[in-house]
Design a protein around this ligand. Structure first.
Ligand code: ATP
Ligand code: MG
Length: 434
């Protein structure tokens, strides 16, 4: 087990039940069941992480994570509906209908070697499978506000790292030395930005100071992990703010190098506006409880790089259709090396992009077919964004809106006819002039 260092000697503060606002009524029944079962079997059981943080802030938690001194095998022995997952570090997943409660055994921090090098191979932390004490578990967590423990035994909150004080002042402070903690896991920078955006907290100055200089370490993080974190970041309901913070701390260019390069190349406001508008609409949908797909946001983010590639392929003499296909392939295959988008999502992005010229150049006889396309809605929303941000889409954004707003077949026919008539008139005028 890892040797204790001076930090673990910090006195623990216990906030008794009457002095905090966490009520059992706000904790999911499933999480309570797990906690009570652990307690009744003689184990320790604590709620930890975002669940405790959000309850203390009076917010509704996303999920409830539990830690215990029971080993994963002991946890499995207590629950029939339990599965052990993870190879590097075993976790127990206890399932109640659609809700899954994650139960982890107290874990100690992975120590640095004498040179302060993290003991990793290909970006993976070695020796991560070290069980520890509650206190050690507290010191290995990312931010002090994520390191508060709600004790099922007496309903008190245990604070080893100054999390309560940081909650009060709205501060995100990495536990321990910020440089060491970022080097150990650079994803913590992305998490800092996520919590700053969603909670409206400020990042502690010492943590902040390390971010830009260490942002390049994200280049070594496996893209699958970055995709997960970026998704949580952009689907946290505050994507616009997150985007600004990513750029502010120079993190953005390491997650989306092509987008950053394109934005610098094409400094017009419109290009950035498309991204911001897509994020605004994502935030609005989340606020209304509507479903969101990452494809829409990524389609918007990568639109400018795709257009730049397209232009250069066209300059090399490629025709529009193959050039578009190739531009999309090149941009997407490069992006998946940073954030591992699943195939299903890159496919949807391509569909949204492919549909753009088809929506703009629509002919009467193809219109209803396009309207019925599975990706029509996303592609239409995307077309609206382009129109709003000053891209030339003719009058087609309005036209598609009108087509969807008709009440009956006769009205629909009228809207469809608008596609045919002006063209005829123009061409007959041209003939007259000749
Ligand atoms: P959310 O509300 O989005 O679920 P969360 O804080 O619960 O936020 P999770 O990703 O669910 O975030 O992680 C649960 C807890 O695990 C965190 O609160 C933190 O204590 C710990 N944790 C997660 N990721 C890291 C990390 N990279 N380094 C250290 N501790 C981490
Ligand atoms: Mg959580």
């Amino acid at each position: 087990m890892a040797a204790k260092d001076s930090r673990t000697a910090t006195p623990q503060i216990t906030i008794p039940r009457p002095s905090h606002n966490i009520s059992r009524a706000d904790i999911s029944e499933s999480a309570l069941k797990v906690l009570y079962r652990l307690k009744n079997a003689g184990f320790e059981g604590y709620l930890v992480g975002g669940g405790v943080r959000d309850l203390l802030l009076g917010r509704e938690p996303n999920d409830f994570d539990i830690v215990t001194d029971a080993t994963p095998e002991q946890v499995r022995g207590l629950f029939r509906n339990c599965r052990l997952i993870g190879r590097r570090f075993r976790l127990a997943h206890v399932r109640f209908g659609r809700e899954v409660i994650e139960v982890a055994t107290f874990r100690a921090r992975v120590e640095m070697d004498a040179e302060g090098e993290r003991m990793t191979v290909n970006g993976r932390i070695l020796r991560d499978n070290v069980y520890g004490t509650l206190e050690e578990d507290a010191w290995r967590r990312d931010f002090s506000v994520n390191s508060l423990y709600y004790n099922i035994r007496d309903f008190s909150v245990a604070d080893f790292t100054g999390g309560m004080a940081d909650l009060r002042t709205g501060t995100l402070r990495l536990v321990g030395d910020p440089e060491v903690r970022i080097r150990e896991d650079p994803v913590r920078m992305v998490r800092a930005i996520r919590f700053a955006a969603t909670l409206g907290f400020r990042i502690h100055p010492e943590t902040q100071a390390m971010m830009s200089p260490l942002a390049h370490l994200l280049d070594e993080v496996p893209p699958a992990r970055l995709y997960e974190e970026v998704l949580k970041l952009f689907h946290g309901g505050c994507a616009v703010r997150a985007f600004e913070l990513l750029q502010h701390y120079d993190v953005f260019s390491h997650l989306f190098p092509q987008v950053q390069a394109s934005l610098e190349q094409d400094a017009g406001l419109g290009s950035r506006m498309l991204v911001v508008k897509a994020m605004e609409s994502t935030d609005a949908r989340i606020a209304e409880g509507k479903p969101v797909t990452p494809a829409f946001l990524f389609a918007a983010l990568l639109w400018l790089p795709m257009r730049h590639r397209l232009a250069s392929l066209q300059q090399q003499g490629l025709h529009d259709a193959p050039a578009s296909q190739m531009a999309a392939s090149l941009v997407l295959s490069e992006q998946v090396t940073r954030t591992a988008l699943p195939r299903r999502i890159t496919h949807m992005i391509r569909e949204i992009w492919d549909l753009q010229p088809r929506l703009v150049n629509v002919k009467k006889r193809r219109a209803l077919e396009l309207l019925a396309h599975t990706r029509f809605r996303a592609a239409y929303d995307f077309l609206l964004l382009r129109a709003e941000t000053g891209e030339d889409v003719g009058d087609k954004a309005q036209w598609w809106t009108d087509l969807q707003n008709v009440d009956d077949a006769a009205q629909r026919e009228q809207v469809l006819d608008r596609l045919a008539r002006p063209r005829r008139r123009r061409s007959s005028r041209n003939r007259d002039r000749k």
